[in-house]
Design a protein around this ligand. Sequence first.
Ligand SMILES: Cc1cc2nc3c(=O)[nH]c(=O)nc-3n(C[C@H](O)[C@H](O)[C@H](O)COP(=O)(O)OP(=O)(O)OC[C@H]3O[C@@H](n4cnc5c(N)ncnc54)[C@H](O)[C@@H]3O)c2cc1C
Length: 336
Amino acid sequence: MDVLKSKIDSDICNVITNKSIRKYTILVDKSIMLHFKDDTTTKADLLIGADGVHSRVRNTMFGPSSPYASSRFSGQYAYRMATKQAEIATTNPDHPALKGLTFVSHLPPRPLKFRNLTASEQWCGQTLHFITTAIGPPTIGPLLISLYETLPKAHPVIRPPNVESVPMAHVLEQCPKWEPHLLSALSLPTACSKWAIYTLPHLPTFMAKGLDGPAGNVALIGDAAHAMLPHQGLGACQGIEDAYVLSLLLSSPLTNITNLATALEFYDEVRRPLAQKVADSSRVVGEMLDFTSYEHVGDSDEEWGQAMGGLCEWLRDEGGTFAVGERAMDMLKGKA
Ligand SMILES: Cc1cc2nc3c(=O)[nH]c(=O)nc-3n(C[C@H](O)[C@H](O)[C@H](O)COP(=O)(O)OP(=O)(O)OC[C@H]3O[C@@H](n4cnc5c(N)ncnc54)[C@H](O)[C@@H]3O)c2cc1C
């Protein structure tokens, strides 16, 4: 936040960081009144809700009783741990976790090769999968370890805490018969945080169109708009793409206070289908990694690898985000 603030011209932009929004109301002149939890208010011409999966802006936009107002527990947990790459290297310099991204899970543990991705190795089984990510040089870089758990479909858990600390013994209990590489990696971290993963259904709009809540110059970005399962590692990236497209539209000389709603409509039109497509493919990738649905899993390891590779193929389209930005700008210019 300090880095962002240092880039902003304080003469034209006043940044306040210690406020928590409770709701907003739309005034007769179409300006927006923000109501904060400390009972203060302020007025704005435009409100972008980037307040995460439990967004209060979204809650107001759809109305508290709407199915789109609240986040839902996905039935999945992430156990997140860290160690140093050097610690693993001391006992096993050939450990697969040091060679790139490694996915491992159990029942039955079997390695699968990704098409076109030789640095990656996956071990898949049921309801749990394991990912290590080595960052930076092996001598000093950390090794991040995540264990993902999917509860049975009819689980009784409704709204667990977002994050809690759990003892390492709790993690190890879940995988007593896992293969030795995995157990050696899990023997190193001393602390683990357990994240309950909350997601959203596909919203019918990312802007305040007056469905059950008030219409106005209000839009959602990031997890507030499309909180998804993390199995393609793309949730935050999607938020960045939202911000990119929105910033193109809002900074254009063609946009002014009288046509803000039009710019938000173009943002919604280009970004919503894409973000929701990523949310769908993240869910499918999770089902494949955990074998919780066999719909997408081929009969052979090779078919499985091809299906997984196919799901990730479109991510290689490096120009995609820029093309989406151009499409939104063409709409603004009346070309599309
Ligand atoms: C286990 C796990 C692994 C993930 N791995 C990846 C990955 O590898 N790659 C990736 O791209 N994404 C990943 N994600 C997703 C990523 O973490 C989120 O998509 C991203 O953090 C969302 O950013 P955001 O700014 O929209 O929301 P948040 O990061 O939730 O930020 C919301 C902000 O709004 C503030 N806020 C909340 N309520 C209010 C309020 N009422 N008023 C004012 N401010 C408020 C919060 O304090 C916070 O600063 C992962 C998520 C999980 C759970």
